[in-house]
Write a protein that binds this ligand. Structure first.
Ligand code: ZN
Length: 121
């Protein structure tokens, strides 16, 4: 159960996760629960060399190159204060050492790296 984060359809990015209330920087947004997998998947999150298939809503937190949240151990925490209804994102390259499904990022950030999961030049 997570009262702070909810998954719902995004206008342009499939399903996304949003905060249900205003939160402060550093606040807990979600936790890594779920099944440990033998290999990574498109939705798994890597921690300490293992891959976890998370449930909703954490499963639907999208990537952004300038994210507003970060996984610290098994906890997803806000990097800055967020307003109710704001989409929550983290940088997938901070958790994954490789990618099951490399993708083209459309986060719109000034420093968007575009090719996520591709080796950098
Ligand atoms: Zn990006």
């Amino acid at each position: 159960m997570n009262d702070t984060l909810e998954a719902r359809p995004s206008p342009d990015r499939g399903t996304a996760a949003y905060v249900t209330r205003d939160v402060n920087a550093g606040e807990l947004l979600g936790t890594l629960r779920g099944i440990r997998l033998p290999t990574r998947t498109r939705y798994s999150i890597e921690r300490d060399g293992d891959h976890y298939e998370t449930g909703a809503p954490e499963r639907y937190v999208n990537h952004a190159c300038a994210p507003n949240a970060r996984w610290s151990g098994r906890e997803l925490r806000a990097l800055r204060s967020l307003q109710a209804g704001e989409e929550v994102t983290f940088d997938y390259t901070e958790t994954e050492s490789a990618f099951a499904s490399p993708f083209l990022c459309r986060c719109g950030s000034e420093n968007c790296r575009v090719k996520i999961g591709e080796p950098s030049a």
